[in-house]
Ligand binder design. Structure first.
Ligand SMILES: O=P(O)(O)OC[C@H]1O[C@H](OP(=O)(O)OP(=O)(O)O)[C@H](O)[C@@H]1O
Ligand code: HPA
Ligand SMILES: [Mg+2]
Length: 184
């Protein structure tokens, strides 16, 4: 769906399809420079928000890789992290000794990823790095070491390209700021 189809729900288009694709390609080139085919990299997509980033990044990467998924949730249906991270679906892969790259849509408070990093590291992975398309520097509550970040964005609630509000808007091709009248 195009963002224009829900234009009344959006106050501002933050990133267009083209800007997203450009950044995904840039991130892929940086990742390719750091890994090679023998690394047998495992991309771990964090359901559900990271579905679009994962699909586009994985196809952009000129690298032999595996893909697996975890589902965690900390937001429920609101716009504020509850701070409690729940595993809804675990990995199917044993990551002992593996080079893991977590693929995320957004770092907001950082609570989800700091929890996930500790969780995956405790399983004995050879390395665990993070690639996130978006980060909100003003919202971060816990500092995490993120190797690959796409765009730093303002502290507003954004939707589209995987990002939802109450499970809607994930299928927008672009990313926009959600209008306050939708959630107030
Ligand atoms: O940095 P944080 O404040 O933890 O926020 C970021 C996380 O929140 C969202 O996921 P959510 O838990 O809403 O589930 P979803 O991916 O299914 O939308 C988003 O996709 C990130 O995973
Ligand atoms: O700004 C956001 N939009 C959608 N989902 C989110 N999860 C954390 N921050 C956000
Ligand atoms: Mg998520």
């Amino acid at each position: 769906m195009d963002i224009d189809d829900v234009r009344d729900d959006i106050t501002e288009v933050l990133l267009t399809e083209e800007q997203i694709a450009e950044k995904i390609a840039e991130l892929a080139r940086r990742i390719e420079a750091d890994y090679d085919d023998d690394d047998d990299v495992l991309l771990v997509g964090v359901l559900r928000g990271a579905v679009m980033v994962m699909a586009d990044l994985a196809r952009e990467l000129r690298l032999q890789l595996n893909m697996d998924w975890m589902a965690v949730s900390s937001y429920g249906s609101g716009t504020q992290s509850s701070g409690v991270v729940r595993i809804l679906k675990d990995l199917d892969t044993d990551i002992t000794g593996r080079k893991v790259l977590i693929v995320e849509d957004i770092i907001d408070s950082g609570l989800t990823l700091s929890w996930l990093l500790a969780n995956l590291r405790s399983r004995g992975a050879a390395s665990v790095e993070i690639c996130a398309l978006l980060r909100k520097p003003e919202a971060v509550k816990v500092e995490i070491d993120v190797r690959y970040v796409g765009y730093d964005i303002p502290n507003a609630f954004v939707v589209g390209y995987g990002l939802d509000y109450a499970e809607r808007y994930r299928n927008l091709k672009s990313i926009g700021v959600l209008a306050p009248h939708i959630y107030s």
